[in-house]
Design a protein. Structure first.
Length: 245
């Protein structure tokens, strides 16, 4: 395809934000498949391509975010859409996406797939228990760890200001985080994965709500219904955004 001039009004950079289980990846992939050559830019997938990412997830995440911005700009100046399905609760990465769109002369749009926490947890649990995708298993481990692990300040999905007090940190976990070991919990039964997912989901929900409240331009879509309905609403929002440009 011949390169188009930056500023082509038909192309957009779209951040699809939302809780785990809200349908971000499903909607983004479906849109990309139906609208080639749209790039479905999953930053977690990019991170998994960085050598040593399991040993240094924070460092690999930083590399993945930088690569994602370069990939997005490359695609946008070609006149194609870029859709980024990512739970983002920090401003820096959102600003990076908005700046990338601005430099390419295209519109940036953030869409929140808004779903009740309980629904998101039910969907996430069902997916995690049936999926063979290593990224899904990793997401389940990460969400479970949110109940006992200090947030990674380099993770764009984590609000750096909410780190656990240093006095509660006891050991280094398998993901490089500091694991809390409250004295009154030592020797008690370990919580089930679903219980820990619920705690992690609550943490994410709070951070995401605060982050989105600071970005009043975010478009909310009710994602509690069937995927077909959510996807239809997503397409309608993008169509309206193009017409209003």
């Amino acid at each position: 395809m011949a390169p188009s001039q930056p500023g082509r009004p038909s192309s957009m950079l779209v951040l699809v934000n939302g809780l785990p289980g809200s349908g971000k990846s499903s909607v983004a992939r479906r849109y990309a498949d139906a609208h080639p050559p749209t790039l479905c830019l999953d930053v977690d997938v990019v991170r998994s391509l960085v050598g040593g990412w399991r040993d240094d997830p924070s460092g690999a995440s930083a590399v993945a975010r930088r690569l994602a911005l370069v990939m997005a700009r490359t695609q946008l100046v070609e006149g194609a859409d870029v859709v980024v399905p990512q739970l983002v609760a920090r401003l820096e990465f959102v600003e990076g996406l908005a700046e990338t769109a601005d430099r390419a002369g295209v519109r940036f749009l953030e869409i929140l797939l808004d779903v009740p926490r309980g629904v998101a947890l039910e969907r996430f649990s069902a997916r995690s228990q049936s999926s063979a995708d290593p990224l899904d298993r990793l997401a389940a481990e990460h969400l479970a760890g949110m109940s006992s692990t200090a947030p990674d300040p380099a993770d764009p999905r984590v609000d750096a200001g909410s780190a656990m007090p240093a006095g509660r940190l006891r050991a280094v976990g398998s993901d490089g985080g500091m694991v809390a070991a409250e004295p009154d919990l030592v020797g008690s039964a370990a919580p089930s994965p679903s219980d820990r997912w619920g705690t992690g989901m609550a943490t994410y929900a709070g951070r995401l709500a605060d982050a989105v409240a600071a970005r009043p331009g975010t478009v909310r879509i009710d994602a509690s219904g069937p995927l077909d309905e959510v996807y239809s609403s997503f397409v309608d929002v993008l169509r309206a955004a193009r017409l209003s440009r």
